[in-house]
Each structure stands twice: as C-alpha cells, then as structure tokens.
Design a protein around this ligand. Structure first.
Ligand code: GDP
Length: 644
C-alpha cells in the first residue's frame, strides 16, 4: 500500500529506499518537492506534505542527521504510518549506529545499507496492526444502550448527573481555591531591603572569623541532614541543573573555577580570598582581548596540485602531498577537479553542492552562504588556479568577510567616552538559560577591571533560584583579585540586587541611577534566561531594554548547539522587535559566543550567526576561568572550518 519509503542524509545522500510493488512512477519529484518547500525552509511543523496525488510523511532524526520519508496515495487512510515511520527510524538507527556515527558524507556513500528484510518485516507488522485497529461497524439504534432506557430513567439520571456535575464543579472550585492558597504560600519571598553587597560588610573581624569557622565545620563535619518533618516541601522555582562541560582536548584546560550555579558553591565558599579553586591566579588581561585561537597552521596556504606536484602558493617551501593540509577535510573531495582550465558555473555547482553538505555538517547557515560564495568565486580569474584552490580561496575570503564586524565595537573606548560624559556605560546580557550569561558577564567584569574600570553588576535575573548568589560569588572573587586596598579603598566591583520576584526593568533602572551617583564606569545587567518563543518573558525583556536604553545589548549564545543558537538569536531579535512598544525598537547589538572550547571544528555557528543577523561577535567564551575570554579571530575560525 505504500508507494515508497526512503531514508537519506540531511546532506542529500540516499542511504536506502523501497518502492512499492507495481509502483512505476519515480518518487524523486515528490521527495525533491518536499525538500525544497518544507525541509530546506525549516517548515517542518506537522510532518506531512501533499504532492499531487501523493501524501508524504516524514521524520527528521537530528542526532544522526537523517530524514525518513514515506509516500502513499492520498486517498488512502493509513492509520499506522506515524508509528511505522518511528519504528523504521529506531530499527535503522540501531542497526547502523556505528556507521552513522562516523557521519562523514563520503563514508555514508561507501556504505551499503541492507535494510530490505527488516523493513518488510516492520511493514507486515504495521499493516497487521492497522487492520486489527480498523474501526468497528456502527451499531443500530436497537443495539444501542439508549434504546433500552425509559424516559423516566433518563430524567433521573440527568438529575443525578447534575448533582454530580455540581459537586464536580465544587471540587474544581475548591481545587482552584487551594491552588490559589498554595500560590500564596509558594510565592517567592520578596526581599525588601536594597543591599549593595560587598563581602562581609558590617561584621567585625572576629565575627567574620567565627562565621568562616562555622562554615568550615558545617562543610567538613556535617552528617547528611536528618528529615525532621514529613510535611511536603514547599515547591521551589525550578532550578537549572548544574552543567559540567567536558573541555575538548584542544585547550588542555581543566574545568575548574567559574561554575557557581550551585548555590552551595557560592555561599559556603571557604577560600574566598583565593582566586581559583586550585589557588592559581588568573593571568592579567589588560588591553584588547587576545584573539580566539584555532588550529590554523595552514591558514593562508593555497595549495596547487598539478601534474602530481604539490606546492604552496604564498609560501615558497615545498611540502609533501601528505602534509597538504589545505586539501584535507572537505577539500579532499575537490581533488578530482584539479587542472588549469576556465571555470564555468556548471563546474562550480557540484563542488558547491558538496560544500553545502559540509557547511550543513558544521552547522552553518545552509544554502545561503554557498550562494554568496558562488558570487564571490566568480570574481576570481579561474585560468591560473585549479578549481580546488580557487574555490578554497573564494570560500575563505567570503567567510572572513562575513565574520568581519560591519560596525566598530570598541568597548574600552566607548566606556572612556561615557566616562567623559559622566555616565556609566551600560551593557545588557540576554539569552536562554544555561548558555553562560552570568559566567561570561563575570569574565567581562574581570577584563574591564583589569583595564582600570569599576563595574556595577545589576542582578536582574530575579527568577532563577541561586542567580543572585552566583553573581555575589563572582563579585567577591573579583574583589579578592583586585582588593579595595589597591584601588584607593574602593571596591572595584559591586553587586546591585533586590532579591527575587521583583520587576527586572525597575531594578536595572535603579542600578543605573546608583552607578551614576556612585561614579561606576560600567553597569553589566544580567537578565533571566528565557526561551525565544515565550511571549510574556520576551515582552518583559523588550521593556527592560526600552526603559533603560543600554549602550549595548549582547545576546549570549553557546557555540555548542550550532544552528539552534542561530535560531535563538534570530527569534530573540524578532521578539524584541515584535514586543517593543516603540516604532524604532532596540535590537541586539552583538553576540557573546560561549563554550567555544567545547566544539572542536564545529565553528559554523559563529559564521551563521553573524551572516544571518549581521551582528558582530564581540566576545568569545573559551572556558570556565576568568581568563577564558577572547575576541574573534575571523581568519583562524574560518581556517578551522575549512580544515574540518
Ligand atoms: P546562565 O544561566 O546563562 O547564566 O549560565 P551560567 O553562567 O550559569 O553557565 C552555565 C554553565 O556553563 C556553567 O557551568 C558555566 O561554568 C559554563 N560555561 C559558561 N561559559 C563557558 C565557556 O565559555 N566554556 C565552557 N566550557 N563552559 C562555560
């Protein structure tokens, strides 16, 4: 009954397909139409699509980057198809897990996926279950229960039901009441006082020592707390699970220090005076940030391969063909295209198709970048260089161009300008939960302090439990690295907080006013993590930005999630525009790309984010210590991408 079933990679390689008995029509047309009009445009909402007389159902497997498509005549009602497609997906994944994990397109091409028998067995089972579930024939009125009832019995039943209904309603109301009461109990305690927290203010030296001693004993001696009461615990606001990232081998750094998302870590910290948990001091970071490091040893090598000889253009030394890094990775696939000839668009198309697959694999912005490159590549004289090196050069230049900031972002200079105007320079950080807003805000504070500025951190994440404590811990640590004694008795960083449950826009406003009065140079506004499609929270963020007009709105996104980060950024921007009350809404001005140390060669997100929104990557987070903050080195990033 199925016309066809096909499994292919997101790069377009067909791994396996099945054509129903007696079906003569090719299914390439309908599948191509599905890819063009649904999958490439990311409209994959309801997982079904109609093409002429065919119904197509499809499923995306994001882990292995596969697409499963089944087609059947649209006049048929096949109730089992959804479950069947799930079953095929599971079986196919299980069976070819190892091959799929290798992911490289060429490896997939070389594999033969013998899936016919398993598929037929699954299809038989699905069809059998479909038949078993086919709808029962309709009963006649005489067979129905209603025909047995007298009018009287119906009236009685109705009365009874009414009673039940009422009691039901009553129950609902009581439940509502209880819920309302519960809400009152659960409402987070609002902290009335405004504290400008700065270590153990207000305590004498003896008291501080006593407090620390108590904390030490509590930490080291305490047995697990006994359960004293059996009453249900009041429900806390959902706490974000503490993340621990594996650092990729590249950086070689340990995952120490900056994870204060665990509130115990923040409050009970006994080594407050110590900069890092291992006692090491962060390196100092005055001046401009160092550019992000990628393995870019062959950065500018354009390799030409003619008559079996390999030479490096722009570098006079010859290298062995094995060492020709420029042709490693995705450029390996261009080897067959060498030679000196004039290039036409037709020559470029297959190369760019492969490149498109590759870019999708490294999570950058799909086809559009290829189109851009195609335009760029045409500007080159193709006669002298081989196809591969021409394409490589064009690609490299285009990607570097994409990553170059279109606007000048020079925070140190802008802070100085603001100083002259006797006002604080305000940066607001936004993004979804757990991407590293607070951590990177602390790193940026460190960098600003190292450059001689004072910082006020506004704790405007008034929602997530532990958010304020996390910032307080950073504030203490930063002050212990730059003690007030070295800064004329003035703490270089302070925290402006009002606890939880308050209006974030209001707190930001008070913090900015406080910073102006107290002559702080910079205000860094931390905001609560929110999902890009949560309308009320996005409205609140738009309000915070509209009311406070920060100098810079930075979107924090983790490089780790690839295209998902691009999606977040686009939707954040869109939501800020949609939910702003003003005609000229303030949008995102720049990006903080975090967890860059965890992505190996998957640097495509960086390119996609900048290409799609045109916003510069202002900071790159490369780890969990205060030093792990970099600026973007476009060439190095592009080079890493090309080597992948
Ligand atoms: P927030 O909810 O957005 O404020 O996120 P946090 O600042 O609490 O960070 C969440 C987790 O990501 C913490 O464990 C941080 O240590 C970690 N993190 C933040 N930035 C980086 C980074 O650049 N690299 C790595 N490896 N981890 C990071």
């Amino acid at each position: 009954m199925l016309d066809f079933f096909t499994i292919f990679s997101k790069g377009g390689i067909v791994l396996w397909c099945f054509q129903g008995a007696g079906v003569t029509e090719s299914f390439t047309g309908p599948v191509n139409a599905l890819i063009r009009s649904v999958i490439l445009q990311e409209r994959s909402g309801n997982n079904s699509y109609t093409h002429e007389a065919l119904s197509l159902k499809y499923k995306l497997d994001n882990e292995f980057e596969l697409i499963f498509v089944v087609g059947f005549q649209k006049i048929l009602t096949l109730t089992y198809v959804d479950k069947f497609i799930d079953d095929v997906q599971l079986h196919f994944r299980d069976r070819y897990k190892n091959e799929l994990e290798q992911k490289g397109s060429l490896k997939l091409l070389n594999n033969s996926f013998e899936f016919g028998n398993e598929f037929k067995m699954l299809l038989r089972e699905a069809e059998a279950s479909g038949k078993a579930k086919s709808p029962a024939p309709m009963r006649s009125f005489k067979e129905s229960e209603k025909s047995q009832k007298t009018v009287k019995s119906m009236i009685e039943t109705k009365g009874g039901d009414k009673g039940k209904e009422q009691s039901g309603k009553k129950n609902k109301n009581t439940k509502k009441d209880e819920a309302a009461k519960g809400d009152q109990v659960k409402a987070p305690p609002t902290v009335q006082k405004v504290t400008v927290e700065n270590g153990n203010q207000g305590l004498t030296a003896d008291e501080i020592m006593l407090k620390k001693r108590e904390e030490f004993f509590r930490k080291h001696m305490a047995a697990p707390p006994e359960k004293t009461s059996k009453s249900p615990k009041p429900q806390k606001p959902r706490e974000k699970p503490r993340r621990v990232w594996d650092i990729s081998g590249k950086s070689g750094k340990s995952t120490k220090t900056l994870d204060y998302s665990d509130s115990r870590n923040g409050e009970d910290s006994t080594n407050e005076g110590e900069p890092n948990q291992d006692g090491t001091l962060p390196e100092s970071m005055p001046g401009e940030l160092l550019p992000v490091e990628c393995d870019s040893s062959d950065e500018d090598d354009i390799v030409e391969e003619e008559d079996g000889e390999v030479a490096v253009v722009g570098n006079t030394s010859s290298i062995s063909s094995k060492k020709a890094g420029g042709f490693g990775g995705m450029f390996g696939m261009l080897k067959g295209l060498v030679g000196s000839k004039n290039l036409t668009q037709a020559d470029m198309e297959p190369v760019l198709d492969k490149m498109r697959d590759h870019l999708i694999g490294t999570s950058s912005a799909k086809g559009s970048i290829c189109d851009f490159i195609l335009g760029e590549a045409e500007m080159y004289t193709f006669t002298a260089l081989s196809v591969a090196s021409t394409v490589k050069q064009a690609l490299q230049d285009s990607l570097v161009q994409i990553l170059q900031p279109k606007r000048r972002v020079d925070i140190l200079r802008d802070v100085m300008d603001a100083q002259i105007q006797r006002r604080p320079f305000v940066i607001t950080f936004c993004g979804v939960n757990g991407v590293g807003k607070s951590t990177n805000l602390a790193k940026i504070s460190f960098w600003l302090i190292e450059n001689g500025f004072t910082v006020l951190i506004a704790a405007c994440d008034t929602f997530r439990a532990g958010a304020v404590e996390q910032l307080r811990t950073h504030q203490r640590r930063l002050n212990s690295l730059h003690p007030p004694e070295k800064h004329g008795g003035r703490p270089v960083v302070q925290l402006y907080e009002k606890g939880y449950g308050k209006d974030a826009a209001g707190i930001a406003m008070e913090a900015i006013a406080y910073a102006r009065n107290q002559s702080f140079d910079v205000v860094l506004v931390d905001t609560a993590g929110r999902m890009q499609d949560n309308a009320p929270l996005m409205t609140a963020l738009a309000k915070l930005i509209a009311v406070n007009m920060p100098d810079l709105v930075l979107f924090v996104g983790e490089a780790l999630v690839g295209n998902e980060a691009v999606d977040q950024l686009v939707k954040f921007n869109q939501a800020l525009a949609d939910h702003s009350m003003s005609d000229k809404p303030r949008l995102i001005d720049g990006i903080v790309l975090t967890k860059f140390d965890t992505i190996d060669d998957k640097v495509g997100a960086a390119i996609s984010m900048t290409y799609i929104t045109g916003q510069p990557i202002v900071f790159v987070g490369t780890g969990q210590t205060y030093n792990d903050l970099r600026s973007l080195n476009a060439r190095a990033v592009v080079s890493a991408l090309m080597k992948a």
